[in-house]
Structure formats: C-alpha cells, structure tokens
Design a protein around this ligand. Sequence first.
Ligand code: NDP
Length: 792
Amino acid sequence: MGVRELMDRLDWGPAPESDELAKALLAERGRDNGMYIDGRWVQPRRGERFDTVNPATGEVLGTIGQADSHEIDLAVAAARHAQPAWEALSGHDRARHLYAIGRAVQRNSRILAVLETMDNGKPIRETRDIDIPLVARHFIHHAGWAQLLDETMPNQKPWGVCGQIIPWNFPLLMLAWKVAPALAAGNTIVIKPAESTSLTALAFAALCHDAGLPRGVLNIVTGDGKTGALIVEHDDIDKIAFTGSTAVGRVIRKATAGSGKGLTLELGGKSPFIVFEDADVESAIEGLVDAIWFNQGQVCCAGSRLLVQESIAEPFYERLRERMAALRVGNPLDKAVDMGAIIDANQLTTIEKLCETGVEEGGTLWQPNIEMPETGNFFPPTLFTDVSPASTVVQEEIFGPVLVSMTFRSPGEAVSLANNTKFGLAGSVWSQDIDTALEVARRIKAGVIWVNCTNRFDANAGFGGYRESGFGREGGHEGMSAYLRPPRTTESELTESKENDANEIDEEGYAVIGVREPTTVLTGIDRTAKMFIGGVQKRPDGGNSLTVMGPSGRIDEVGRGNRKDIRNAVEAAIGRCKWPNMNGHQRAQVLYYIGENLEARRNEFIHRLVKMTGLSDASAETEFDDSVEQWFRWAAWADKYDGRVHETNSRALVIAVNEPIGVVGVIASDSRPLAGFVRLVAPLLAMGNTVVAIPSEAHPLVATDLYQVLETSDLPNGALNIITGLRADLIEPLAAHDAVDAIWVASDDITLAQTMSAGNMKRTWDANPDASDIERLRQSSQVKNIWLPHAI
Ligand code: NDP
C-alpha cells in the first residue's frame, strides 16, 4: 500500500483547544463590557448595549456598550490631553512602552488566540500561528521605530490625536497595525473595533493598562457604524485611519474633505492569483488554500480571482477540486480544522446571494461534498468557473470562501485580466520563470505582489492599495510615514493662502489685480493662448476666452476650458503616452532639456512675469531662476528616488518599488505662477506620472508660454497637459474623473477637490508650497511591495 493510499485512509480526530481560560476571563470581566477611556473602564452613559456572539455556536459571549457622542468626546479629550506628554517622551521611553505591550501580548498569546477564535469564528490554527504572533511582532518592531525615529525620520511631527476604525476580519491584528505605528510616532489614539469583534480589543486595553501605558494615550470605544461616524466627524481629531469596505471608505473621504485631517484608507480588493503553465502546481494549489480559504476568504487581499494558463487549466482544476474535497470545515477551536465560521448571518446571506447571482449569470458553481456543521454560520469552499470578466462574482468583493476562475493564454492577457478591476490591493503570481514572474509583478496595478507565495504579511513590509483599494500604507517605513507629518509652517502657509486676496501689492511683490472674475469676451479667438492637450495646442472646446488683466490693464486672452477640455486632456494623459514607460535616465534628460530651453527664453519670460503680475524685474528674475532650477532639481531626482528592500520575519526578499501613481490632476494657485507651477508638475513628471494641470487662474500666461518650450524639449505627447480657465469650471470635472488617479491642490479648493475625488477614491494632496523634496516625491509615487520567497 502506497503512502498516498495510507494517507487517504487516515481520518482526522477532534483536537479541540480548551476555551476554559478565555471563558474564565470573560466571566471575570463581567457580562457587560465597558470601554477603555482615559485609563478607566467606562459604561455607556445611555446604557445602550448589544450582544456579541460566537459565530460558530451562536453563544452570546457578553454585551458591548454603544458609545455615543458623550463617550467619544470623553475619549478625544483624554487623547488630546495626553498627547503632548506622550510626544515629549524620548523615543527610547516610547520604545519601552511598545516593547512592554509586545511582551504582554506574547505572554498572553494563547488566551488572546482562543478569545479571537471564539469572537470571530476563524480557526485557532490561524489565530494561534498567524494573528497573535504578528500582533506581538508589530509592537516589538514598532518599539524599534520609536527608538530610531529621530535618526531615521528627522524633522517630522506626529499628527496628534488619531481616530482609528477597524473591521472584524482580523480584529486584534488590524488594531496592532494601527495602534503600534501611531504610538511609536507620538500620537494618541481613539480606536473603535468592529461591532461584532470587540472582545480582544478590550482584553488588549487591559494588557496596556497593566503594562503602565499612560492614561489617555490609548482609548478604546465600542459601538457600531454610528460610533465610527462620530469619530470621523469629530473636530478635535487630526488623522483618521480606516480599514473596511470601499463603500464606507467613500463616506469617510467625503466627511473629512477639506477638514485638514490626515486620512489613510485600506479598503477592499479582488486580487488576482495567476498560475502560469510552468508553475509548481502543488505549491500553487497549497497557495490557493492560503489565498482564498484562509479566514474563510474574509480577507481584503484574498486571492479570489484565479487566472490559470489555458494549457494547464483542466488538470489544474481537477487537482484543485481534489484539494477542496480534503478541506475540513467546522469548530474553529479544533486545531485540525481548515475553515471556521463566517462572521455573522448577514455576511453569510451576502455570500449566498452573490453565489446565486453568479449562477444566474451563467457561472458554474462547484462545492465539494464535505461534512458541514449543522448549526452556526458556515459556508463551504466554493469554485466558480465559466464566468466572464464582467460577471458580478468576478467584479465584486464577495468576502467569503468563493474562488472565481478564468483562463488566459499569454502573459499580456493575464495582466489585462488581472488589472480589469476597480481594486488594486494585491496579486499573486506563480511561475518558475523569473522573467515572467517579475514582468507580471511590475505590470499588475496593486500595492502588494506575492511571487510564488501568497498572503504573507510582516510588520516591516508596507501593505496597502492602488486605485479603489485605498491609499496609504501600513507596516514598516511606509506605514510609519503615514503617522508623521512635516512640522506645520504656519507663517508661510498663511502668507500663501492670503495672497492675492486684496487689491494691493503682496509681500512677495505680486500685484493683486482682481482677475478672479475676469471679463469674458467672445471675440478674438485667434489671439487667445490655447490649451495644451496631447502635445498639441488646441482651441478651447467651448470657443470661449477670458481676458487676462495685468496691473496696467488688459494683457491678452486665454482659453476658457470646460468639462470637455478636461476630458480630452485626461484622454491624452492615459492614451498611448510613452512617458510612464521611459526610464528615470530618459525622463531626466527631457526635464534637463526643458530647463535648458526655458533658460534660452529668459528675457521673454521675465518680461511676461513683470507685465502680468507687476513684480519688480529683480523679483521676476528670482522667480524665473527658481523655475529653471526646479526643472534641473526634478531631473536630478528622476533616477534617484530608490525603493527599499525590507527585512521581514519570513524567508523572502521584499522589494518595495516606488511606482508612478498614473494620471495626476494639478490645480495651481495664483502664487508664483511660473515657479509654483513648475514645483507642482515637475516632481510628478520626474516620477513618471502624466499630468493634467490647471495653471494659475489670474496669471495663466507664463504657463501657456511654456507650450513652446515643452514642444521643443522632446516631452512625449500627453505627458503634460495644460487647461486654462476658471477653477470653478474645471476642478469638479478633473477631481471627479475616474481615470484621474490623484489630485494635487495648491489653491484654496481642497474641500471641493476632496469631495469630488471620493468616486474612485483617488489620493489627494493639499500641496504645501514649503513641502520638502521627499514629501513631493512621496506624494508623486505609490509603493508596491513585491515578495520573492527563497529557501534560506
Ligand atoms: P464596514 O466597512 O462597514 O466596517 C468597517 C468598520 O467601519 C467597522 O468598525 C464599522 O463599524 C465601521 N463603520 C461602518 N460604517 C461607518 C461609518 N459610516 N463611519 C465610520 N465607520 C463606520 O465593513 P463591514 O464590516 O460592514 O463589511 C461589509 C463589507 O466590507 C464586507 O462584506 C467586505 O466586502 C468589506 N470589508 C472589507 C474589509 C477590508 O479589510 N478591506 C474588512 C471588512 C469588510 P461596525 O462594524 O460596528 O459596523
């Protein structure tokens, strides 16, 4: 009898983990859990509570308090009060606190794992071996960042008070991802766990309390989405960090628009899992088990879209079905169980309905004939084939153990299918050919790519999405940056925003000439400076122009752009533009050449600046010289903003690459119409983005004079597109455009731009004129972490 046959005959016996200690802890805490505010346990003032239930058994584990505005006010006030002292501690002292928390988690790891499994329904194998060890790793790793912050990220400040909202799928791990970097950076916290999974967060609060964390530094409030909304809208919170659905992320983007709050969003996904014909099939099959049946598929980065090369599809599916039939679904406290319970009945219904839709749309659903528990929220491992790229089950995040599969023929087709989604959180590529694996890894639009592995996480590797999967990173250097900001340069910010508000000479010497509402004239279109779209000067679609006024009266006409001009410009920026595919050296040469050609027209530009703005000759020369220097500066950066290689706790090289964001909309202010404009567009170009820019409304002519410089400098068509006109006409179509990936706003229009950007969750930057080069580079790029495992 062969080993295989012997293995087939072996049955798994029950191997239950004891829940005795966790139950004793719950009994000791009492049935009605309080919240942890200002170092004390607080019951909700209104006495509103709800049950928290074990999803595998239906047993009520206790009740949770529903925080209303009273508790949120208390928590925010406590965090505000505690923040200066926490920030003032030395990095070493904060490190000691974080280390103590990490050690407390390690000492209590078994009870936390059991409690997590009871509250969430995920297998003990996962909570014991993945969630809780990673929680401890996060705190110990971030103790290191606290210790080294002054050296590694100098001249940065914490945001202040952070509001954090987390989901139910990795309750304590998501808390650790948010709390550890925030505390390391010197922020204080108000955090809300998900309604259905608050128990480990509250146990964690007790551990922090016992570990001597100062009062008010960490506040844990419980409640449902209404409590989350109160945190988001609270005036005295400086930064919001959210993980959850894209729908709620969109609500939060709108609610925080223009508030000046920092925002990071880690949202949904529909990540591709691509298997090439030369892949190690057995490894890929085991990879799939981890990709989509880990945590019952309730994972934002789950490899939920299987793409298999056509030549191996049938045998691969056969082997996959065999493996699925060997999965064990059941009591999550059983150590030999592969899949536990779905979080609650609502989520179970959502999964069931999406599967019904998949079948109605023509998909073939396959589920193994395995033993399923008779009670509790369980759903079997499921495979969909015969689906098309547009099928609902292929496009929507199911958030359950449901794998949808399609085939492809070539690497190009695999990439197109992989990118055919609104999301961009992660992807997994399986091939023994390093050329194929790396090429595909670079071409997938997602924040994390696993080569020949999947669902690997580490405290030192950034995690976060492209596109509608959100923005910001958690983990490592990238994650730390999200909890720090440059010091507020209030003086210069005030000067910049007040410029041009009065009809006088401002501090920088610009005549403020009241062109905010320019005279619209419908004549003389031939004398009008045009738009610059796709490398060609184009008349405005509406045929309208605006009069540009200087201190001595009318200077010239400029095209008044409209929605259609913006659309054409975005089209040109996403079209066949060569710019994103040019390497850093090639981009640098073009940017140097622009500087060189601009310098050749020195007198003409200085004259224009003087005439248009009323600057003195000397000031105009300074601005011009700065503009030329900026082109050189960003040419210099074009091939120097390197990524990193992260050290992680698994055997893998994790390569963090800085990639362009895509198409970026730029809204310039009226301040420094030439140099200010160049400071916005040049860094974006340096990093390989294409740009649609709205130059100064009051002084647009130096930007339109640039067209000829750009035309003679080998800048590929479509790399930089310039639309003149009124910001009131142009911001909305630009910020709402779904093909625009990010928006930089230097004018006072950030609220409108951020509100309109919520459609495709584009990144926004309230472009600070004093921002450092590194900040500009960070805002010009997004990090992709590529995991390359190896044997030693
Ligand atoms: P949500 O996005 O609704 O919840 C995430 C967190 O946000 C929870 O703490 C929730 O509170 C809170 N919340 C809900 N509404 C608001 C609001 N208006 N303002 C502020 N906070 C709010 O996810 P769900 O738990 O409802 O899951 C729904 C779907 O979201 C899933 O089916 C899945 O597709 C996706 N999802 C994605 C996750 C990811 O990591 N990408 C994680 C979880 C879900 P409460 O739990 O109390 O309602």
